[in-house]
Design a protein. Structure first.
Length: 158
């Protein structure tokens, strides 16, 4: 292969669009389909991977940007989070931070309306080693389709 063809291939491989072809959980890696090529197992960019960590693996079909230092696809990193026609955005307004899960659960905070909402198709649990305090400047409403149970060492209704 001549030097010009090699240089052209390396430049083309620096930044490419692709989609997730496969996901491996341990160690966290993905294969990316880019054009007619499928990469080897590559890491994906995660928001945090230090003392504080986030775990939210990409899914097959998710669009990514593939960055390959020196144009070598084997050294690539998949940058996730690109909406596409196949997987459209799950929000449409300023000030909204929304996470939508595959089972239909939605957690969102609207910083303009100052409103937090969690919609869950299953159960919810809060566990803490310390106190839990609920403070409202207005009313608190509890609605249960079944029983309402309070277990406490002491109840103070002041």
């Amino acid at each position: 292969m001549n030097d010009l063809a090699t240089l052209a291939r390396l430049l083309e491989n620096l930044i490419r669009f692709g989609t997730i072809a496969a996901v491996q959980m341990t160690p966290p890696r993905v294969k990316v389909l880019t054009g007619t090529l499928t990469t080897a197992w590559l890491p994906w960019l995660n928001p945090r991977a230090g003392a504080d960590r986030e775990w939210n693996p990409p899914t097959a079909g998710e669009q990514v940007l593939l960055l390959s230092p020196s144009g070598q696809l084997a050294n690539g990193v998949a940058i996730t989070g690109l909406f596409s026609e196949h997987i459209p955005a799950n929000g449409d307004r300023d000030g909204l931070h929304r996470t939508t899960y595959r089972d239909g659960a939605v957690i969102e905070y609207d910083s303009i309306a100052k409103h937090l909402r969690a919609t869950l198709p299953g159960t919810a649990e809060v566990t803490t080693a310390g106190d839990i305090t609920l403070t409202s400047g207005a009313n608190i409403t509890v609605t249960a389709a079944g029983n309402f149970k309070v277990t406490a060492a002491r109840v103070d209704l002041n």
